[in-house]
Design a binder for this molecule. Sequence first.
Ligand SMILES: Cc1ncc(COP(=O)(O)O)c(C=O)c1O
Length: 379
Amino acid sequence: MLQDTVCVHGAALKDNPTGAVCQPIYQSATFSHPSTDQSTGYDYSRLQNPTRSHLEEMICHLENADDAIAFSTGMAAIANLIELLGSGDKILASHDLYGGTVRLFDNVIANKGILVEYVDTSDLELVVSKIDDATKILFCETLTNPMMNVTDIAGLKKIIGTRDILLAVDNTFLTPYCCNPIELGADVVIHSGSKYLSGHNDTLAGFLVSAHAELSEKLRYISKTLGACLSPFDSYLLIRGIKTLALRMDRSQKSTLKIAEWLSAHPRVNKVFFCGLPSHPGYSVMQKQSKGFGAMISFEVDSQETAKYILNHLQIVTFAESLGGVESLMTYPLTQTHADVPLEKRLQLGINEKLLRFSVGIENPQDLIEDLEQAFPKV
Ligand SMILES: Cc1ncc(COP(=O)(O)O)c(C=O)c1O
């Protein structure tokens, strides 16, 4: 089955006496046991729930994984992953990451004695120089948020070699429809399911997807203990969203290229960060490791006044945090998604007062371009 069919038929309906076409919502906290030494396979919904299991099977097939665990948010997924580590262990992380991940790494887990070091993971030689005996997780995003930097996942795996280091890849921006990090050597894949997988800006979710049985077992144990599981109803929304993932991604990606080209020619735009432009430094790596370039663009305009003017004048595109939904959203990373990254680091990375991040939805691209055109201050 190809990925677009897996999106629709990724998991078989089980125990389906009615012939229902869609996975029902099993809104039950607990499950009866047929006898003292028998279980239906479902005991208590923190551990397993049939609706959530169906969703997890879909994600598992989409990522060609050993197991997938659904969490209440992407951050819950990352926090569960970090529970694998103890005091003195080190995470070597990409220097450009979603701001919430940086907040978790810098301000929460640092208190447990876990070390975090940041490195530009698009520079493989630099990564090698930062690996030491304490390094237990190498963490990157397939496309970084918000600067759209590209990391060569297979290259990182090669560097790790036989060392006992987990390669963890946040695949939120590309989705399993475009990129399968496990096939490139990742041990664990993270998703904020709140984005493209749900796809409608209407629910939050997260996933940890593991490549090996031993790791799956550890993560299952942690997740059932910490209990940040996805509810049956939200699991249903994710199942429904994933059915159209391929269609939505195809549409948004096509529009994104047009919009990136339009932005590149605008006199008030200094720089466009979109990995689908041949001028992007990660373009050839993207061609190698992804079936698409995604639908996220960041761009720097000529002044803070222009950035604010645009945000205040958009009519179709919504000024809001988040990404990956059918509705196009524009974000101001400096004070929204990345507000908790130290200012000096934000500015160093290019997350400045002129930077806007655009999540291109499924509206007609002509309408989106016209909306941008009227939102820019006249030259
Ligand atoms: C790349 C990335 N990873 C993880 C997260 C966290 O996901 P959530 O908001 O579902 O907790 C986000 C949120 O924006 C993100 O962009």
